[in-house]
Design a protein around this ligand. Sequence first.
Ligand SMILES: *Cc1c(COP(=O)(O)O)cnc(C)c1O
Length: 404
Amino acid sequence: MTLAEAQARDAADPLRAYRDAFHIPEGVIYLDGNSLGPLPRTTPAALADMAERQWGDRLIRSWNEGWIEAPRRVGAKIARLIGAAEDEVIVADSTSVNLFKLLVAALRHATPRGTILSETGNFPTDLHIAEGAVGCVPGARLHAVARDQLATSLDSETALLMLTHVHYKTSECFDMLAWSAKARENGALTLWDLSHSVGAIPIDLNGAGADMAVGCGYKYLNGGPGAPAFLYVSKRLQDTLASPLSGWMGHAAPFGFADAYAPAPGMTRWLAGTPPMLGMAALEAGLDIWRDVDQQQVAEKSAALFDTLAAVGAAAGLDCVSPADPAKRGSHISFRHPDAYAICQALIDRRVIGDFRDPDILRFGLTPLYLGFADVVRAGEILGEIVSSGAYRDPAYQARNAVT
Ligand SMILES: *Cc1c(COP(=O)(O)O)cnc(C)c1O
């Protein structure tokens, strides 16, 4: 695609107006919205209102003026994006903590079955948290196998199948409907990590018959660094599962101040402590952008942006590791190159921001709400120049930062 063609596509893009909803620094081409979504223009005012009016002026009265409802209210806004009912989603804690709560609850429920089946190379925290969770439930164990071994590893011991919907490195996507059915036939529950798929591709948890899910607020949902995360429990299981982090905000009557714990009905039981309202305000502002977004348009544009960058990568001799079929991937594209880290640093130096994933993956988030075809074409030109000129060999690009 030439720059002129890209500009014409941008002019005809039905999602073009959403670009103005975000603050993208002048001259920056941001291809890392799958890791930290950019700042929505409405967020600073929402944060100021939270600080100055809600906290500053209204003080503790704010708990009864919208704060105490926030985890459910914001959860309902996420529900629309993931094919869940409004009362099947709640915002709480981090993705890691939510995973722990659901894994322990599901293991306790599924006994005598005790195996969590998952994929080797899953996002690290998912496997780490699963390791911790099985240590809390007698007889439980984690069985992680290669993707192509998952189907044959589902057996009568499998308590639950824990999968990350879209793989953080390769962008490969599991067929949620097919895997949920397979797990159910085997008598196992399903737990989906939607961190790399919510806001990236259309999701239908109810349609797929998914049992549980977690997901992240600071990636495609643009909720800000360390934004609160969310969890979903199908109505079928809501009265059955109970959180191991039995804190007072998940109590049926937190202000009854009883000694004994009694879980709240519905999703509220998944709260542990007091909701982080400053982060909640930013997450809600980010989510409000999504209110009228047509997810089909997002998926179509994502596929077209992918093809544009895939063509550039192929011309530069980069090895694309993401599936060519749009139905089989999320909304990022990854290339393998032995000098991926240095190439990434050279790109950042030229204000094209993607990221690197150990050991050799160069990863670019394709976020249709604020990324245009001209951005991707320009980024592709710069990438091509860096690779063909060998500019990335500059020793300055070799030094490793703590966060890649
Ligand atoms: C980003 C991400 C997380 C993040 O977990 P935190 O608890 O927010 O650090 C978890 N799982 C997956 C698959 C992710 O992509």
